[in-house]
Design a protein around this ligand. Structure first.
Ligand code: PNS
Length: 161
């Protein structure tokens, strides 16, 4: 059984993340979505909230597991018996950071492979940070996040309708 790990902050999960999950499932038998416990990043949603959101959104996908992790990603991969990391690439601006991260992970575990997956073009222009900014000012985020995430964002941003 080929398992891949899709790590991230997912603060919150966007339709772009969801598209990458669906695309990865066409390649791998099992996908572990790994939510970083960002201790020093001050996330909008707690780790528990982000894990719960992801579980809700992926509940009908039998071969997806959602876990949280802290510490090194390579150690988490080891713990779920995977050597494959999936990362989304939106464009060249993402590349240098992602490439650096891929090589850092490989320097710690030579067997780790990072696969870059691009989301559909309709999802390429936004990020979780952009979603939060638009939501903060009450803009329309309907095409950016799943409906359940929009409901969660409404509780954080009273301007959002
Ligand atoms: O969604 P993000 O914030 O871009 O995800 C970043 C993430 C979680 C993949 C990265 O911060 C990470 O792997 N953190 C765990 C610590 C680690 O392993 N660092 C070494 C590789 S840079």
């Amino acid at each position: 059984m080929k398992t891949a790990v899709y790590p991230g902050s997912f603060d919150p999960i966007t339709n772009g993340h969801l598209d990458i999950i669906n695309r990865s499932l066409r390649i791998f038998d099992r996908l572990v979505v790994a939510v970083l416990e960002n201790k020093d990043k001050n996330p909008l949603f707690s780790t528990q909230e982000r894990v719960a959101q992801l579980k809700e959104i992926t509940k009908d996908m039998g071969n997806v597991e959602v876990r949280s992790f802290s510490g090194l990603l390579v150690d988490f991969c080891e713990s779920v018996d995977s050597k494959i990391i999936i990362r989304g690439l939106r464009g060249v601006t993402d590349f240098s950071y992602e490439f650096q991260m891929a090589l850092t992970n490989r320097s710690m575990d030579n067997d780790i492979e990072t696969l870059f997956v691009s989301a559909d073009t309709q999802y390429l222009f936004f990020s979780s940070s952009m979603v939060k900014e638009v939501a903060h000012f009450g803009g329309n985020i309907d095409n950016m996040v799943p409906p359940s995430v929009k409901e969660a964002l409404k509780k954080k941003f009273p301007n959002l309708v």
